[in-house]
Structure formats: structure tokens, C-alpha cells
Design a protein around this ligand. Structure first.
Ligand SMILES: Cc1cc2nc3c(=O)[nH]c(=O)nc-3n(C[C@H](O)[C@H](O)[C@H](O)COP(=O)(O)OP(=O)(O)OC[C@H]3O[C@@H](n4cnc5c(N)ncnc54)[C@H](O)[C@@H]3O)c2cc1C
Length: 259
């Protein structure tokens, strides 16, 4: 589901032949329709997904999903109470007859939100993708509470990753408009150009550090610290310094963004 689901709402709606049922142009009135606006084409256009149920039924099961980080979690309000409405419903036995033909265990997923540090790897790893991801994992391990994310560029690339790192190359690690939105204390963007679709998923981070060979890379504009350099040269000594406790990230990155 798209990131901007804050507009989820339920209302009465008049829809003209929404699902191409009935006669063309025929108007049907539906009650309790869940409207779920979602951005398409990078937010240039909005579609509204409607959960439409058969109007002559007494119940309206509807559902939506949101990606991690799309909403701030509200504090629980234990004073709120829901209204319980009792209904007598003559339910047809057939509705409950389910035959399980197969089942699968869903992966628990990767939640990149809520960490102090997020290390994100981009297509800058292209010269040696396996080593690039290994360095990303090593850097992530230097922090107590960190997770590793990816730009979409890495996920859609046709890089040949060796087996032991290919487990990390999954869409659930994608950060950005069509991935997760993160706001860590420190965001380290490694070999990422800073496309708008990536930016919207990370630019609320407190401190943004980017490492890039291109001094003109867009990400520089919204980075607090910009390290101009090759990630394969910059990361090993940084990891070594962090691992040895010789330095912390703040010291390692000392100096203003434009240096
Ligand atoms: C509808 C839509 C939705 C999208 N959603 C997302 C999304 O959710 N998230 C997302 O990330 N993208 C998304 N994208 C893709 C996005 O537009 C970019 O294509 C993508 O973010 C680029 O990934 P990248 O920065 O890793 O790669 P590139 O743009 O190729 O950038 C690679 C960077 O690495 C640098 N570099 C190269 N070699 C090195 C090196 N050795 N050391 C250091 N730096 C190096 C280069 O200078 C360059 O800046 C979406 C696109 C569309 C159209």
C-alpha cells in the first residue's frame, strides 16, 4: 500500500457502474465504502482504491495495508472504548466450509523503521556487488541498533550476487517511495544518487551521511555530511575504526558537509 494512506476513510458513496456490473451507466448506491487514496507515477497521480462489498449483505469486510514507517505510531489511549453492536445474523453453514489444500509459513519480514542507524546501499556497489553488500553488512554490525536497507536501483539491477549475500537483496529492504520510510538518528547512504523516489523514504532522518564518488550527486544537497570517495576505499577503514572502538561515527565523520 502506498505511503500516503492517511486519507483512509469510509463514507456513503454514489458510484457510477464501478466494477462494470449491471447496465452501462447504471447508478448503484453503496454504503460504507473504504476509500484508499494511493499515489501512482511517483505521486503525480492519485488513484483511489475502493473496497466495495455486495450492498445487500449485512456485513462489509474491508481491509487495507500500510508500509512500515508510513504513519507515526500514536500513543495508546486506554480511555477509548469501542461500541459493541450485537447483531443476530443468520449465517449460512456453507460460508464456513473451508478446505485447506496447502499452507506456507510467511517470512517475518524486515522492519527497517525504529532503528538508531540505517545503512543503505545503492548501485555504487556495481564494480563488485558482493563485496559491496558485505561491506554494508559489516558497517551495519558496527552499531548496536542498526539495519541495512537498499535503494531500488540495487533490487532491480541484474548484479550477480554470491549466495551468502543474496539473502539481503530483497524488496522488503527497499527504502523510498515504494519501499519503507525510515527516520533514524543516522542514515548512511552508500553509493546512492539521491533520486526523489529514494529521498522521500529517508530525508526525515536526523543526520544524513552520504558516500559517493560523484561530487555532483543529488544526495549531496540533502546530506549533512558528504564523503566524496569510492565506497570500496572509504568503508574498510571506517569499519575498522568503528570496530576497534578507536572512533565513533561522529568523530569519524568530523567536518562540515562541503568538505
Ligand atoms: C515509480 C517509481 C518508484 C520508485 N521507487 C523507488 C524507491 O522506493 N526507492 C528507491 O531507492 N528508488 C526508487 N525508484 C528508482 C529511483 O528513481 C532510482 O532509479 C534509484 O533510487 C537509483 O538507485 P541508486 O541511487 O542506487 O542508483 P544510481 O542512480 O545508479 O546511483 C548510483 C550512485 O552511486 C555512485 N557511485 C558509483 N560508484 C561508486 C563507488 N564505487 N563508490 C561510491 N559511490 C559510487 C554514483 O555516483 C551514483 O550517484 C523508483 C522509481 C520509480 C519510477
Amino acid at each position: 500500500m502506498a505511503s500516503d494512506c492517511s486519507d483512509l476513510y469510509i463514507e456513503n458513496a454514489m458510484i457510477s457502474n464501478p466494477a462494470k456490473t449491471g447496465k452501462p451507466g447504471e447508478k448503484k448506491e453503496f454504503d460504507r465504502i473504504l476509500h484508499m487514496p494511493r499515489p501512482d507515477f511517483s505521486g503525480f497521480e492519485y488513484s483511489t482504491i475502493l473496497c466495495i462489498d455486495k450492498p445487500n449483505r449485512e456485513f462489509h469486510p474491508q481491509g487495507g495495508s500500510v508500509i512500515p514507517g508510513a504513519f507515526d505510531l500514536p500513543e495508546p489511549d486506554y480511555d477509548r472504548e469501542g461500541e459493541v453492536v450485537e447483531h443476530e445474523m443468520p449465517l449460512v453453514d456453507d460460508w464456513f466450509r473451508v478446505e485447506v489444500t496447502d499452507h506456507d509459513q510467511l517470512d517475518s519480514g524486515v522492519d527497517l523503521t525504529g532503528h538508531e542507524v540505517v545503512v543503505a546501499m545503492g548501485r555504487g556497489i556495481g564494480d563488485d556487488p558482493t563485496t559491496g553488500i558485505e561491506l554494508g553488512v559489516e558497517l551495519t554490525d558496527c552499531f548496536e541498533d542498526a539495519a541495512m536497507g537498499l535503494s531500488r536501483g540495487v533490487i532491480t539491477s541484474s548484479y550477480d550476487f554470491e549466495g551468502h549475500v543474496s539473502q539481503y537483496i530483497t524488496e522488503e529492504r527497499q527504502i523510498g517511495e515504494s519501499g519503507q520510510e525510515v527516520q533514524p538518528d543516522v542514515y548512511v547512504a552508500v553509493g546512492i544518487s539521491g533520486a526523489i523516489q529514494h529521498k522521500v523514504g529517508m530525508d526525515e532522518s536526523d543526520i544524513i551521511v552520504s558516500i559517493n564518488t560523484d561530487p555532483e550527486a543529488d544526495i549531496r544537497e540533502f546530506s549533512d555530511y558528504f564523503v566524496e570517495g569510492d565506497l570500496f576505499e572509504v568503508l574498510p577503514p571506517l569499519i575498522e575504526a568503528l570496530e576497534s572502538g578507536e572512533t565513533d561515527i561522529a568523530t569519524a565523520l568530523e567536518g562540515p558537509a562541503d568538505d
